[in-house]
Design a protein around this ligand. Structure first.
Ligand code: SF4
Length: 85
C-alpha cells in the first residue's frame, strides 16, 4: 500500500523499517506475507494477537481502510476487539 510524503514524515524513525521505495513511490514493506509493521504478542488471556506497531502514525491509506478490511490483519483484529495499536 502507498506511503505518501506526509506519511513518511510522520513515521519518522520507523519509516525505513516499515516502508520502502519502488522507483519514486514508497510502499509499506511486506514481511512473510504480512505488513512489516505488524508484530505478534500474547494477550492477557494467553491468546496470540497481532498489532500494528505504528498504529498512531500509520499511513493515510490505513486510516481510510474500513474495519475488517482484508488488506490489514491488524484492522481485522481490532474489529474483533483483540488487537491494539
Ligand atoms: S494499519 Fe495495518 S497495513 Fe497499516 S501499517 Fe498498520 S499493520 Fe500495516
Amino acid at each position: 500500500m502507498r506511503v505518501e510524503g506526509d506519511d513518511w514524515s510522520r513515521l519518522g524513525d520507523d519509516a525505513e523499517r516499515v516502508a520502502h521505495f519502488m522507483g519514486n513511490r514508497a510502499y509499506l514493506r511486506m514481511a512473510e506475507g504480512r505488513c512489516a509493521a505488524l508484530a505478534e504478542r500474547r494477550a492477557e488471556d494467553g491468546a496470540r494477537e497481532w498489532w500494528c506497531t505504528i498504529y498512531e502514525k500509520r499511513p493515510r491509506v490505513c486510516r481510510d481502510l474500513g474495519r475488517g478490511s482484508p488488506e490489514c490483519e491488524a484492522e481485522r483484529e481490532l474489529k474483533g476487539g483483540r488487537a491494539a495499536g
